[in-house]
Design a protein around this ligand. Structure first.
Ligand code: 13P
Length: 252
């Protein structure tokens, strides 16, 4: 399985020039990393810029940061999976805690978005994670199980292999605390346990579960090597080409 490294640029950078510069620097760096990578130890890198930059950036796998669940029509402000597919997008981040918080995205809406993405052959990166408060009152497991169960409702066994689950504890996002390796490992195991309950052993073993929350060049490799993550979802550090390349180099 390739290690999946996803850059979530969020609402950055502020203009096309900076977006292109960042993208090109990452692209150049990846080329040289790939030349030194042993065969079979490949890393898949996905860049998720804001919608407005998607069509400017070429030469690396692209992801979007959101999507709407209808195919087309009178839905002002929204972008469809069909349109993303046409813009050569392969992955879509869905259910990010910032969308849950600022756009009031519910598990029901997230579920519809995942289904629409699968219908258009896009790979959803489903973000789940507990808040600091939920963790404090001992509700982490309950929250994760509810999110997984509701977000994947009605998604059948053969579709699930196209889904990536990103464990992003909300309290670990942004500058500050990252999640410890032990805690990440136990959350990933718990996520696999829920998937086992909903599907089967093979799916729970094979579904890609990645980690996000204050990942940088120094801690990245531990999440892969010691916490059992199949990849990383990187926010802040993905906005600095050198730091992002350091992450890629460290996990290869
Ligand atoms: P940071 O890497 O900035 O903590 O952001 C994580 C994140 O939200 C990625 O989706």
């Amino acid at each position: 399985m390739k290690t999946l490294i996803v850059a979530n640029w969020k609402m950055n950078p502020v203009n096309q020039k900076e977006a292109k510069n960042l993208f090109e620097a990452v692209k150049r760096g990846i080329k040289s990393v790939k030349n030194t990578m042993p065969a079979g130890r490949q890393v898949e890198v996905v860049i998720c810029p804001p919608f407005v930059y998607l069509n400017l950036l070429k030469g690396l796998t692209l992801g979007a940061q959101n999507v709407f669940y209808k195919e087309k029509g009178a839905f002002t402000g929204e972008v469809s999976a069909l349109q993303l597919h046409d813009s050569k997008v392969k992955y879509v981040i869905i259910g990010h805690s910032e969308a849950r918080k600022y756009l009031n995205e519910t598990d029901d809406v997230i579920n519809k978005k995942i289904k629409e993405c699968l219908h258009e052959k896009l790979k959803p990166i489903l973000c789940i994670g507990e808040t600091a408060e939920e963790k404090k009152i001992g509700k982490k497991a309950e929250v994760l199980e509810k999110q997984i169960t509701e977000d994947l409702k009605g998604i059948v066994t053969k579709e699930i292999k196209n889904i990536v689950i990103a464990y992003e504890p909300v309290w670990a996002i942004g500058p500050g605390d990252n999640c410890s390796i032990d805690e990440t490992m136990s959350s990933i195991l718990f996520i696999r346990k829920v998937i086992f309950k909903l599907y089967n052993r093979a799916i729970s073993d094979n579904i890609r579960v990645i980690y996000g929350g204050s990942v940088d060049g120094d801690n990245a490799n531990s999440y892969i090597k010691n916490a059992g993550a199949n990849g990383l979802l990187v926010g802040g550090a993905s906005l600095h080409a050198e730091e992002f390349l350091k992450i890629i180099r460290s996990v290869k």
